[in-house]
Design a protein around this ligand. Structure first.
Ligand code: CUA
Length: 336
């Protein structure tokens, strides 16, 4: 049983990838092994006494059973008192370390919403993956668009609720490069368990290069390709498929230029203006068979980004694309 609990980190713990992880693990292991020791001691003694002092024929109750033993009682009160005080003081120290970001921390805004995470960098660029530099403190300022979520990075040993109407904060300094899983740790509805992303920790210099390239995608890529990246990075892909499969929202495959049946039976054609309106005012026209659950992107997507998304959706329309293939074959997109 003990062998099952032991991994390279001690007791079934994920890898340590942040500056606070070793301290959290040491405290956790201290509490875990003390609890395990006393569990075995107390349950073991209890079982031994139950067997040894069970009622048997011919055994009488003692005439004057012992009532108390001051030395024994002081011992079994004093030792636990000392142990919980160690846990309390040690825990408070680790708690302060986790909650006190260094003054020079790099700040990223985190938004939780059903059911994705969005990360806004200081230059305004938004991504669905949290990119950070290694060995630099990063501070997260987090809020929610709808219900309570919880931002949890097991490898960093950090977790905090993300609450609508207020800001919560977290900080960490990643000590290893690579990708680390992010979970939502607060049940927030149907797709709570799919509210996954990851932290990508870049080697020195790699983060700046990544941010530079990612922020300029609208100027360096053809609109349809930039739209495809936005589709993935801005959350469209959580609800809208591009291969015709079902989802929370209508698929984008063969949408552009086709007739759409709306709730109530009205019909309209999916053109540039329809798509733009659906992005900015999702409640204006609800497609039959779908729930009105899409959040507005007003103020969150620039005109140029909407144009790129329209170009991408256009590129998925099938027959409306006689030549040119997937990339950049749609020079007729609006506003360009
Ligand atoms: Cu968001 Cu669970």
């Amino acid at each position: 049983m003990v062998g099952l609990l032991l991994t390279e980190n001690g007791v079934m713990l994920p890898p340590q990838a942040s500056s606070v992880a070793p301290a959290v693990d040491s405290l956790f292991k201290f509490i875990f092994w003390i609890s395990a020791f006393f569990f075995l001691l107390i349950v073991g003694l209890m079982l031994a006494f139950v067997i040894r002092f069970r009622k048997r024929p011919g055994h009488q109750k003692a005439a004057h059973p012992p009532t108390h033993n001051t030395l024994l009682e002081l011992t079994w009160s004093g030792i636990p008192l000392i142990l919980v005080m160690i846990m309390g003081v040690w825990g408070f120290k680790v708690f302060l370390d986790i909650n006190t970001p260094p003054a020079n921390a790099y700040e990223v805004q985190v938004t939780g919403q059903k059911w994705k995470w969005l990360f806004t960098y200081p230059n305004g660029y938004v991504d669905e993956v949290l990119h950070v530099p290694v060995d630099q403190p990063v501070r997260l300022v987090m809020t929610s668009e709808d219900v309570i979520h919880s931002f949890f990075v097991p490898a960093f040993r950090i977790k905090r609720d993300v609450v609508p109407g207020r800001y919560t904060k977290l900080w960490f300094r990643a000590t290893k490069t690579g990708k680390f899983q992010v979970f939502c740790a607060e049940y927030c509805g149907t797709s709570h368990s799919d509210m996954l992303t990851f932290v990508e920790v870049h080697e020195p210099g790699g983060f700046e290069r990544w941010l530079e390239a990612a922020s300029n995608l609208l100027n360096t890529l053809p609109p349809a390709e930039a739209g495809r990246r936005l589709y993935q990075s801005r959350g469209c892909s959580q609800c809208h498929s591009v291969d015709g499969s079902g989802g929370i929202g209508p698929t984008f495959q063969k949408l552009f230029g086709h007739e759409v049946v709306l709730k109530g039976g009205a019909r309209t054609t999916a053109d540039e203006n329809y798509i733009r309106e659906s992005i900015l005012e999702p409640m204006a026209k609800i497609v039959a068979g779908f729930e009105p659950v899409m959040p507005t992107y007003k103020g969150r997507l620039k005109d140029q980004e909407i144009t790129a998304l329209v170009a991408y959706i256009k590129s998925l329309s099938g027959e409306a694309q006689p030549e040119g293939g997937q990339q950049g074959g749609n020079h007729g997109s609006t506003g360009r």
